[in-house]
Design a protein around this ligand. Structure first.
Ligand code: 13P
Length: 248
């Protein structure tokens, strides 16, 4: 049984004061449901959110991490630094990081391995861009990302990783993949994982869909067989919208 996991990715939005206001409102709306939830926030807001959500069942995640234990890497944050704050999750390889900050499958793989040595659960993002989709290459691209990102990761560790399928052409564009397109890609990801590991392992891995998820389309997306959750950008910034998605 895979427990649905619907998370919000705030990207580079909200100040600490705004995060605190969100947390106060959201805690009142969220009731322990069968759906797990978390907010992926910028570094500066993590401590505030960890404190605010303590005991609520709402998880907190970072949006990136460096793979080195420590070192001369100006501007970067290590796994130990995140552990000290007490975050539950960390995003790895979001398409915006791949697109604007030179994140590669190689660095994604190193970051996953670094996180797997800690208690922080990684959420790895994969997805094709518009050009790749139009060329009919989406399955080749995404299964290739999965193989490279999971390279050298053992079965027991792979089960701890959440995969977010986020087609780049559907992020922040208002264009959602149809539930069938999203389901097909999540199925392709699960088949790739079954090929790398085995079906039992692949069956346990949570696969989210992300890209213009909103209250209006959450139900049909979440009802798809292979989709176990959602990674929500814009609509997670407003407590009322985000709770509506969680209560799909
Ligand atoms: P939007 O929901 O704003 O399209 O963003 C999706 C996303 O990138 C979540 O990580």
């Amino acid at each position: 049984m895979r427990i649905p996991f619907i998370a919000g990715n705030w990207k580079m939005y909200k100040t600490i004061a705004q995060a605190r206001a969100f947390a106060d409102e959201f805690k009142n709306l969220y009731h322990d449901t069968d759906v797990k939830t978390a907010i992926f926030a910028p570094y500066t807001q993590l401590e505030t959110l960890v404190e605010a959500f303590k005991g609520s069942g709402i998880g907190v995640g970072a949006q990136n991490v460096h793979f080195a234990k420590e070192g001369a890497y100006t501007g970067e944050v290590s796994v130990a630094m995140l552990e000290e704050i007490g975050v539950d999750y960390c995003l790895v390889g979001h398409s915006e990081r791949r697109q604007y900050f030179a994140e590669t499958d190689e660095s994604v793989n190193l970051k996953l391995k670094a996180l797997l040595e800690s208690k922080i659960l990684p959420v790895v993002c994969v997805g094709e861009n518009l050009e790749e989709r139009e060329a009919g290459k989406e399955e080749v691209i995404v299964s290739g990302q999965i193989r490279a990102d999971f390279d050298g990761i053992c079965e027991a560790d792979a089960e701890k990783i959440v995969v977010a399928y986020e087609p780049v052409w559907a992020i922040g564009t208002g264009k959602t993949a149809t539930p069938e397109q999203a389901n097909q890609m999540c199925k392709c990801i699960r088949e790739t994982l079954a090929d790398i590991y085995d079906e039992e392992t692949a069956d346990k891995i949570i696969i989210q869909y992300g890209g213009s998820v909103k209250p209006e389309n959450a139900t049909e997306i979440m009802n798809m067989e292979e989709i176990d959750g959602a990674l929500v950008g814009g609509a997670s910034l407003e407590p009322l919208k985000f709770i509506e998605i969680i209560n799909f």
